[in-house]
Design a protein around this ligand. Structure first.
Ligand code: BTN
Length: 260
């Protein structure tokens, strides 16, 4: 029987995303694995997937939970041009939305600012973009794009996340093939990354799809917490929120909880 990485390799249709694809049954976090490869000179597209992460992490120092072999847990090495770095998260959100639709067109998948992929208000996938500064073995910063997709994870059995997370299995009642999942995700990622590189206006596509705009939101941004109206996003992807007193606030890296 082929091992997991060879099986993914066999069905890959991409030119460089997921090439090579390294699969580990268990690791602390695929983010750290890819950062190491990146700093030692690996080329763009290298991806590390894991069956289980003992210290999977999300944005804002949160944990990213999984059970063995139930989710896509993957990090991809990117070497974007400087002016594309702030749009990597936008590109990945569009790729993930398209990926979920390709797996099942009847799933009502939505994007919530900045990086949450939701089904009926619950998170099915998340994106973590980390920039690793150059060191003495690498003269350029590296970008590690991490994605967690709850494919067959039964979130209803995990009390810490059951009220806020879902999975494709939980929504459809179907089991999804992980190998095909990786292949399809890499394909969508390469399509959208190529769009980014060739100057397609991904910001407008993302803006149109965001369920956050035009809604009242509760913002939690470090020490700040306030309620306002989510008006727009700026060219870097920050959320522009108008407070009750009319002043505007640009939220760069917080959470926007939908109130209406
Ligand atoms: C978020 O929504 O906060 C981002 C979640 C990102 C999780 C993925 S799973 C693969 C990669 N390795 C990690 O430790 N995190 C990312």
């Amino acid at each position: 029987m082929l091992d997991f990485s060879s099986s993914v390799n066999k069905i890959l249709t991409t030119k460089y995303i997921g090439r090579p694809f390294i699969y580990m049954d268990t690791t602390e976090s695929t983010q750290d694995e890819v950062a190491r490869y990146g700093l030692s000179g690996a080329s763009e597209g290298l991806a590390v997937g894991a069956g289980y992460q003992s210290r999977g992490r999300g944005r804002l120092d949160r944990e990213w939970l999984s059970t063995k072999g139930a989710s896509i847990l993957v990090s991809v090495l990117l070497r974007p041009e400087e002016h594309h770095v702030s749009h990597i998260v936008i590109m990945a959100a569009l790729a993930l939305e398209s990926f979920v639709k390709e797996l099942d067109e009847n799933v009502p998948v939505r994007i919530k600012w900045p990086n949450d992929i939701l089904i009926e208000g619950k998170k099915v996938a998340g994106i973590l973009v980390e920039r690793i500064p150059a060191n003495n073995t690498s003269d350029k910063d590296v970008v590690v794009l991490g994605m967690g997709v709850n494919l067959n994870l039964d979130t209803s059995k995990i009390s810490e996340i059951s009220s806020i997370s879902t999975s494709l299995y939980n929504f459809t009642g179907k089991q999804f093939d992980l190998i095909n999942g990786y292949g399809t995700l890499f394909k969508n990622l390469e399509i959208y990354y190529e769009h980014l590189k060739t100057g397609t206006d991904l910001l407008s596509q993302w803006r149109q799809k965001l369920i956050t705009l035009g809604r009242t939101v509760k913002i939690t941004d470090g020490e700040e917490e306030f309620i306002g109206f989510a008006e727009n996003v700026d060219e870097t992807g920050s959320l522009i929120v108008r407070r009750k007193d009319g002043t505007k606030f640009n939220v760069i890296a917080g959470d926007a909880h939908l109130l209406s």
